[in-house]
Design a protein around this ligand. Sequence first.
Ligand SMILES: *Cc1c(COP(=O)(O)O)cnc(C)c1O
Length: 361
Amino acid sequence: MSRENVYNFSAGPSMMPESVLEKAKREISDYNGSGMSVMEMSHRSKLFDEIFQASKAKLKSALNVPDNYEVLFLQGGATLQFAAIPLNLMGQGGSADYAVTGNFSSLAAKEAQKYGRVNIACDSSDKGHSCIPEALRLSADSSYFYYCANNTIYGTEWQSVPDTAGKTIVCDMSSDILSKPVDVSKFGLIYAGAQKNMAPAGLTVVIIDKSLAGRQADICPSVMSYDTLIKKDSMLNTPPCWCIYMLGLMLDWLESIGGVDEMEKIKKQRAGLIYDVLDNSRLYLPHARRDSRSDMNITFRTGSDELDAAFVEGASRRGLLNLKGHRLTGGIRASLYNAMPMQGAQALAEYMKQFEVEHHV
Ligand SMILES: *Cc1c(COP(=O)(O)O)cnc(C)c1O
């Protein structure tokens, strides 16, 4: 198998656009006539600082980030933020409201419990995380409301930003950032592991309202203090230099296709190709409720574990890779992140229809 005949539906790290990889390949050993790879540069050098500032400016522009927000480029993955958020924002002996709509928000809520009181604002686990709950139970004295915008494992997505009547909103956007416009001003903090829609694994992006910095608990490690990281412009220690450079290439590519406005149209159309097959099928059982569907991760099953396995196996033989569902859910999951070409979704839709004809009893 080679790149030309493969579509990679991995949930993350995920596929990147061909043109981005080609550009990185051309520059990998000699960046812009410097005689150095980006991987070999000091993070304190002028040359790297230009790359760093350019990626930051491009991200701010792509998401229309207001000036009172800071963009941080950090290590530790989304998972580190599960702890950093309460350590910075809960306040001494404080509390926060968490929406539990899947695996990652559940983990985030459990981590936050180590540092303060957690009020579960809603919980979809009794419905197998197949939908986004409508009502939130917010507590009067909590410091923030936390939710995960797109549930990567279960394939559900919040269709709009919830109304919290002014309470600070913190959001994990790891698996749908840059797939549509967002009104950053509605959030106190947005964060995302880069490996789904932005860059290779190793970079975490935090977008924070600067007025929230400086409230960290006494025990908050310096390397996790937003206040310190803002003051040091993400360079308290060595940032993930290569990933920050790759993010710049990804953002150039995103801009070249029309930015997040265009991406929103593309992702709806792309996911629609698969949902059309699911909605007209007598074989496939979609996991997510219709009003809660994700355009990034589509989860379904055939009703039989053997047939699910045959589906995944037959798909890989055709170059449709990594369609096996997460171990928590089983079944099948197709991740259609920004870099997935329309042809990839078309090829999958065709395969699904053919598989149904061959296997429907
Ligand atoms: C992948 C993912 C995570 C975990 O990210 P890491 O960078 O591996 O810590 C957290 N939240 C969501 C929504 C994800 O998709």
